[in-house]
Unconditional design. Structure first.
Length: 459
């Protein structure tokens, strides 16, 4: 018989998690003002809020942490991370930061000014937040197929070249500091970008004299999908694919808390020495000295090792198969999801799940609340609350996709946990017609409101 699939790791340490009662969860939600970010971790049974910094590090990564050099300047850990970035990603210059949004803050401080426009593929929340905070505009150039969860397209993260060129023709060169390519594209459902699309975007950018920056948090997962789905790459290693991917970028930001499988860390990669030097000022202002940038030496060692582990096919195959396992279980229960499945999460289509709720009542957040009430599973809304308000009119933006993201931490949960999550969503789906009202906002921050928003049920 054919041998079944099995995880390519074994468990060395466990952490106890507690199953709460529905009555407890009802009270905790009220106390949290119906914002799942406000829940305490011990009030959650299975935590799929994010895959950022929530994975399990390997024994080798933990060993590397014990070798961390905590010197303020010129630590050996800096050079170990520099070597990994140069060898694997091809960037000769880099600046460490404490996480991905800090990398964006440093780089955008050096590049983005008022009235600029930044085209890209469905910019994620912190990316768009940093752009709009600087009174600039993010323009989404993602292909139309990304916004229909029922259409199959192997690379729904791709940029539409026609949309992109329209932006490049419309605005003066000096108002376009960069094109951002997010790999994989989180906001459209963890969807990959093809190598051909990366190549074409880079060629177009060069013809207009505009730099390309990769938002690279899940670059290794993107490389896996290129290997599995794109012609000509089946026999390439992940590391070979990664090297080609980054040959089509001038700079990169990285949240190491994703594909480098660490709890904290980030960095910016540069090919332009002048830009690297310009950004150093902002690293020193916001993060720390340029050879630690908000990270400890032990963290840099863990990131360096994680970059090597995260670009191994065996690890990626195990990780992405678990995501697909959850997706298949949900489909068996007719739960509507974005297809094909993404790399780090399954995205439930809240519009198809709760089609009777008006958009003003935030279907994805309502579904997140119901999922937590049902089984103590914490997920996150990727919809109208996250989309925030138009920075000029201050009116709510209602994106084409209203999604509930089930982000799976790396090497953390078993497939039994995935079965539990699937059963939780299946139970909510069975009683979906009983969910007759959603939520309304009672308090919100002026920007990036989703982290601290307060809500209440619509009476």
């Amino acid at each position: 018989m054919e041998l079944p699939f099995a995880e390519t790791y074994k468990i060395k340490m466990v952490e106890t998690i507690r199953r709460s009662t529905r009555q407890e969860r009802e009270q905790w939600l009220k106390d949290a003002r119906y914002n799942l970010f406000n829940l305490r971790s011990n009030q959650v049974f299975i935590d799929l809020l994010t895959d950022s910094g929530t994975g399990a590090m390997s024994d080798v990564q933990w060993s590397e942490m014990m070798l961390g050099d905590e010197s303020y300047a010129g630590a050996s850990s800096y050079y170990k991370l520099k070597n990994a970035i140069t060898t694997l990603l091809g960037f000769p210059y880099f600046l460490p930061t404490h996480q991905g949004r800090a990398a964006e803050n440093v780089l955008f401080s050096a590049l983005v000014k008022k009235d600029d426009v930044v085209p890209g593929n469905s910019h994620f929340d912190t990316t768009k937040g940093h752009i709009e905070f600087r009174k600039a505009t993010a323009i989404d150039c993602t292909i139309d197929e990304a916004f229909d969860t029922q259409i199959y397209h192997p690379f729904k993260g791709n940029l539409d070249l026609g949309k992109l060129e329209d932006v490049l023709k419309k605005y003066p060169r000096e108002r376009i500091p960069m094109i951002i390519v997010t790999v994989t594209c989180n906001s459209s459902g963890g969807q990959p970008v093809s190598m051909e699309n990366l190549r074409q975007v880079y060629a177009m950018a060069q013809s207009y004299g505009i730099r390309v920056v990769f938002d690279s948090a899940r670059f290794a997962e993107n490389a896996y999908f290129i290997k599995m789905r794109e012609a000509g790459y089946a026999d390439k290693t992940i590391k070979e694919i990664v090297a080609e991917m980054f040959s089509y970028a001038d700079a990169m930001t990285m949240s190491s808390k994703k594909d480098a499988i660490v709890n904290m860390g980030g960095f910016i990669g540069f090919k332009d020495e002048a830009l690297w030097k310009k950004a150093q000022t902002f690293t020193i202002m916001f993060e720390g000295f340029i050879t630690y940038g908000g990270m400890s030496g032990r963290d840099m060692n863990a990131v360096a090792q994680g970059l090597h582990e995260g670009t191994e096919f065996q690890y990626l195959d195990t990780r992405i198969r678990q995501v697909a396992y959850l997706g298949e279980r949900l489909k068996e229960h007719n739960v509507p999801v974005q297809e094909p499945f993404g790399g780090h999460a399954i995205f439930v289509d809240a519009k198809r799940f709760l089609p009777h709720l008006p958009k003003e009542q935030f279907a994805a957040q309502t579904l997140a609340i119901e999922t937590y009430l049902e089984g103590g599973v914490r997920a996150v809304e990727i919809g109208a609350i996250l989309a925030d308000r138009d920075p000029v009119t201050r009116q709510n933006r209602y994106p084409e996709l209203e999604l509930l993201r089930l982000a799976i931490p790396r090497r953390t949960y078993t497939n039994n946990h995935m079965d539990y999550v699937a059963a939780t969503l299946a139970n909510v789906f069975e009683r979906r017609k009983e969910i007759t009202t959603g939520l309304r906002i009672t308090q919100e921050a002026p920007i990036m409101r989703h982290f601290t928003v307060e809500l209440e049920p619509v009476s």
